[in-house]
Every structure is written in C-alpha cells, then in structure tokens.
Design a protein around this ligand. Structure first.
Ligand SMILES: Nc1ncnc2c1ncn2[C@@H]1O[C@H](COP(=O)(O)OP(=O)(O)O)[C@@H](O)[C@H]1O
Ligand SMILES: [Mg+2]
Length: 367
C-alpha cells in the first residue's frame, strides 16, 4: 500500500526482491546478487525474465528455473511466467548496480548531493534545472528531501498534484516538471517516517510520476550520507551525481564522505560545485573571500573529480530563492544568475561525454 497504490502492485522491484531467495547452487549466492536476473518485465499478460549465465552448458538450469517459478508462485500472481536463458551482457564500468531500473523516457538522472545541509544544495538543484530548461531541454526536478522539502518555496509552487490512473501528474513551473513531498504535506507539520515508508514514497516519486520525455531529471537529495541517501541512490538509476559544498573546512570534511559514498555504490561523480565561494557585494560589485575560497577546487583535484565551478554568496540568490523566483529566471546577464548558467553548460557537457563512454544497459524493463 502506498500513497498512490494501483491495483497492479506486482512490480519488477518486488519481484527482484523476492528472487533474492533463489540460490545459485554452485556459488551458494543468491541469483540477484550474482546479477543473473535480466530483462525483468511485468505486463498485463505476464512476467518475463532472462536468467543470464556465461556457461552455455550450465548444469543447474532446471533447479534454478524451478526455484524461480516457486518464488513467483508464492508472490500470489496468476500471471504467466516466461523464463529465458541467456548470456550476460558486458558489465558496465565499475560493475553492475542492481535494482536501478531505467525510467522510460528519462535520458539522464542527476543527483545533487552534499555532505551537510545549508550549503545550497537546493539552490543549486533548482537553478541548474531552470537553466537547463531555459536552454531548451526537457527537465524534471524531484525534491527527494522529504524531511525538508524546499523546492516548492524556491520555485513559488504550491498545489496538490493530481493522479491520472496509476500516475501522478507533476506540477509545472519555470518550464520544469516538479514533484515534492512539500506538495503532499504542506505547512510546518514534520514528517516522522522511517526508512521503509520513505523508500516506498521515493519509488513512487520516481516511477509513478508522469515525467514523460525528459532530458534531465534533477534530484535534490537529502543532505548527508546516511541510510536514506544510500537506499535512494541504490534504487534509482542515477546517471551521475553533483556534490555541492562551501569552501569551509567542515563542509569539505563532509563532502569527502559523500565522495566515498558515491564511489562505494558506483555512481559517477560529475563534479564538485563550490557554493558561497566568495561574497559579491550587490551594491559595489566588489568581491571578498569570506571562507577559504578555492578549497572546493583543491578537494576536487585531490580526489581527481572535475571541478564544476564557483557560485558567489550573493544577497540576490537568497532573496530570489526565498521569494520563489529562482535567480536564473533573471536571465544570463544578472550577476546572481550567470554562475548557474555556466554550471548548467558544464553539466550538460560532462553528461554528454559520460553518455558516449557508457552505453546505458537497462537491467530491468518496466512495461
Ligand atoms: N550562493 C548563495 N548566495 C546567497 N544565499 C545562498 C546561496 N546559496 C544558498 N543560499 C541561501 O542559503 C540558504 C540555504 O540554501 P539551501 O539551498 O536551502 O541549502 P541546502 O539545500 O543545502 O540545505 C537558503 O536561504 C538559500 O537561499
Ligand atoms: Mg535543501
């Protein structure tokens, strides 16, 4: 049961989870962990999947197939089950993450993350998204910070998303399709959900929202590197992550943890953005370096991660953010908007090089 539960609740994710009960006889490890389940598809007609083994004369086909069928039967589905045997596709760089099913129509997913809160993660996510949309791309923005959803405020958006059939229609503003917990739980009432519920809501936000044809789906992740962030990243087919930090030593210590986290789950880090890099006086235009300017770049070099640029501390950024009018909407010539346009250009470039290096291999298809 979820917020938008439909009648067909046997999802590829649930099936994949259940299939962890099937053991591969030779290695005694589960077939999902071994990445043997491919092309899992659920449709009205039935369930189909491929079991991938590299050995064409694999001796345990019958046992594995029998166990898979038994697990599927236990799920209570009366659907036809079609099992094929096949060779595994070449693994993408860094191994094959499991359970990160592609989202039909969504070309790339960029997670905006930070080691700590208050560094401007939401500001960057929102303005990056709007800048990409102004450049003519189709952009979605998912506010995954369910405990502190600030995206609606920064875009001046409110309203209740409506459902169409099994799908939720996202709200629209500044050319973006937007989904946020803030639309469903407006006001100051805190959410007191624990992991599993949160996980389920995020799955719905990702998979049951009508994102449609989308070039970039930007996700504003919750701050930090805990379980919530991990489980989110592991279930979403994130193309790459952007790390936002301030140049202060404490923020940088946390960004190192975030780098570690993404490396562990094998998500490409597109780069580091240094926010509140220096102070740009809105009156005289003079620049002062309040924090230890440049540390973001140094950290990026240390970890061999691209540096995506600096965003100054500018009163206009805060004022416009609070007023629900992203600075980027002022146009490229505004000093508080320019750095975000530069960032959007670098992100788009970096993603296109990434795409030419890693062909997308859908692990699970949802039909
Ligand atoms: N470069 C900046 N200049 C001025 N204010 C900023 C800047 N970046 C963020 N802010 C302000 O700082 C506060 C925290 O930023 P926010 O994006 O909500 O951070 P996070 O999502 O990391 O918690 C907000 O009020 C925002 O408007
Ligand atoms: Mg935020």
């Amino acid at each position: 049961m979820g917020l938008f539960s439909g009648k067909n609740n046997l999802t590829p994710e649930k099936i994949l989870e259940a299939l962890r009960a099937v053991q591969e006889p030779k290695s005694k490890r589960d077939i999902v962990a071994l990445n043997m389940v491919k092309n899992l598809a659920v449709s009205g007609a039935g369930i189909s999947l491929t079991i991938a083994v590299s050995d064409p004369a694999y001796p345990f086909k019958d046992t594995v197939e029998k166990d898979v069928r038994a697990v599927l039967a236990k799920l209570g589905s009366d659907k036809e089950v079609a099992i094929q045997w096949g060779a595994p596709p070449p693994a993408p760089r860094g191994g094959t993450p499991q359970g990160r099913a592609d989202i039909p129509g969504v070309k790339s997913i960029v997670a905006v993350a930070s080691g700590k809160g208050g560094v401007g993660k939401t500001t960057v996510a929102v303005n990056l998204a709007v800048a990409l949309a102004q450049a003519g791309s189709k952009v979605g923005l998912l506010d995954a910070d369910v405990y502190g959803p600030n995206v609606p405020t920064m875009l001046g958006l409110n309203g209740q998303p409506v459902a169409r059939g099994n799908q939720i229609i996202p709200l629209e503003g500044y050319g973006l399709k937007v989904m946020s917990m803030g639309f469903l739980n407006p006001g100051d009432k805190p959410l007191i959900w624990r992991g599993p519920m949160l996980h389920q809501v995020m799955q719905q936000f990702i998979r049951q929202v009508e994102w449609g044809e989308t070039d970039y789906l930007i996700i504003d992740l919750p701050p930090g590197t805990g379980d919530v962030q991990l489980s989110l990243i592991q279930t979403v087919p994130v193309t790459a992550a952007i790390l936002v930090t301030t140049p202060s030593v404490v923020a940088l210590a946390d960004v190192r943890k975030a780098i570690e986290m993404f490396r562990q789950v094998k998500v490409e880090i597109l780069g580091i953005v240094e926010n509140m890099s220096y102070f740009l006086c809105p009156h005289c235009g003079e620049r002062s370096e309040i924090f230890s300017y440049g540390e973001g770049k140094t950290t990026a070099e240390q970890f061999k991660i691209p540096f995506l640029g600096e965003i100054p501390l500018h009163a206009g950024i805060r004022l416009h953010g609070d007023a629900g009018k992203p600075p980027v909407s002022l146009g490229e010539d505004a000093p508080e908007a320019k750095p975000f346009f530069d960032l959007a250009g670098k992100v788009a470039d970096a993603l296109s090089t990434l795409a030419s290096r890693t062909p997308a291999t859908p692990l699970v298809q949802i039909t």
